[in-house]
Design a protein around this ligand. Structure first.
Ligand code: P6P
Length: 333
């Protein structure tokens, strides 16, 4: 019988001397949340969950019904079991401390419950992104500041991709493993052990409509990709843009590529679009563990000291050699 995700994480736990099972329990809760989200996403209009919720989130973005529903699923699946001290979500302005009626644990959870939700009404792949941090020693009433830890402090990160098949991809710092949901038995089965990103690629992903707002190094890099062999590169390139970071990252994990949501001047005061704590950092952990690279163009994303729960950062990630080329252009080399 193929290895399922629960068996996998228990075997992971055995690698950690003195592991209490807290972490395994938290991951099991997250797996349960992703299964419920997969069901809601898959049923779609059959259960009336498509369309707008008629509200805005802290980002000023119109919330889809499923943004709210999936956020609630995550909270209900994880708040009761005593593994968390608090959680933070793209869909909530402030942190969510574990209510008094439940025991508190030693972890903090950040998540984007439905990334790419603008795609949900047009039936294009969406995903969930999550990241697990340790609650600082001795902190029993965490504040937002306790979440402001650099990405290198992550204990685990992962995503669920609700696509033609539902997959869950995680890292605990020992490589990246992918699991496919077998809905007949309701289990995630290990199908993609130790995923790695090729160092080179011929595929770039960026929202070209923002071209006029990019900085010169990104303009140069993208120009060279579009010109290919006619513009000084040794190969021609293909382009993709799904407007769903989880789908882009999964494609890159599967066949290589470079994904860019760089700094742009489109909206003053916004350093980029993607959020550090629950998009850039968890995806960076996964991509680096798979042999790729992740940068703002000037700094390694996982070394950034966060300044706010919903802080945005430029993101350039994927095949190492291409990311390093873009970083080199930012350095003027
Ligand atoms: P744009 C989805 O809203 C998201 O946060 C990422 O998943 C995705 O890569 C990006 O924004 C798409 O942004 O500006 O192309 O709609």
């Amino acid at each position: 019988m193929s290895k399922n995700l629960v068996q996998f994480i228990i075997e992971e736990q055995r690698r950690v001397p003195g592991a209490s099972g807290d972490f395994t329990g938290l991951l099991s809760d997250i797996i349960s949340a992703c299964k419920h989200i997969a069901h809601a996403v898959n049923k779609g209009e059959l259960i009336g969950v498509l369309g707008s919720a008629g509200s805005e989130n802290v980002q000023g973005e119109t919330q889809k019904k499923l943004d709210v529903i999936t956020n609630d699923i995550f909270i209900k699946a994880t708040e009761w079991s005593g593994h968390l001290a608090a959680m933070a979500s793209e869909e909530m302005d402030n942190i969510y401390p574990i209510p008094k009626q439940y025991p508190r644990g030693k972890y903090l959870l950040t998540f984007d419950p439905l990334d790419g939700s603008s795609n949900i009404d047009v039936n294009i792949s969406v995903g969930t992104i999550f990241s697990i941090l340790r609650c600082p020693e001795g902190v029993t009433n965490p504040t937002a500041n306790d979440f402001l830890q650099p990405g290198v402090k992550q204990v685990c990160s992962g995503y669920a991709l609700y696509g033609p098949s539902t997959m869950l991809v995680i890292t605990t710092g020992h490589g990246v493993d992918g699991f496919t949901l077998d809905s007949d038995v309701g289990e995630f089965i290990l199908t993609h052990p130790q995923m790695t990103i090729p160092a080179d690629t011929q595929e770039f992903a960026i929202n070209m409509s923002n071209r006029r707002y990019w900085e010169e190094p990104v303009q140069r890099y993208v120009e060279e990709c579009t010109k290919g062999k006619d513009g000084g590169r040794e190969k021609n390139f293909n382009m993709r843009w799904v407007a769903s970071m989880v789908a882009e990252v999964h494609r890159i994990l599967t066949r290589g590529g470079i994904f860019m949501y760089p700094f742009d001047t489109k909206e003053p005061g916004k350093a980029g679009k993607l959020r550090l704590l629950y998009e850039a950092n968890p995806m960076s952990f996964i991509v680096e563990q798979a042999g790729g690279a992740c940068s703002t163009g000037r700094e390694r994303i996982m070394e950034l000291k966060p300044t706010g729960l919903h802080q945005r950062v430029p993101v350039i990630l994927g095949s190492k050699n291409e990311v390093e080329r873009v970083v080199g252009y930012h350095k003027g080399t």
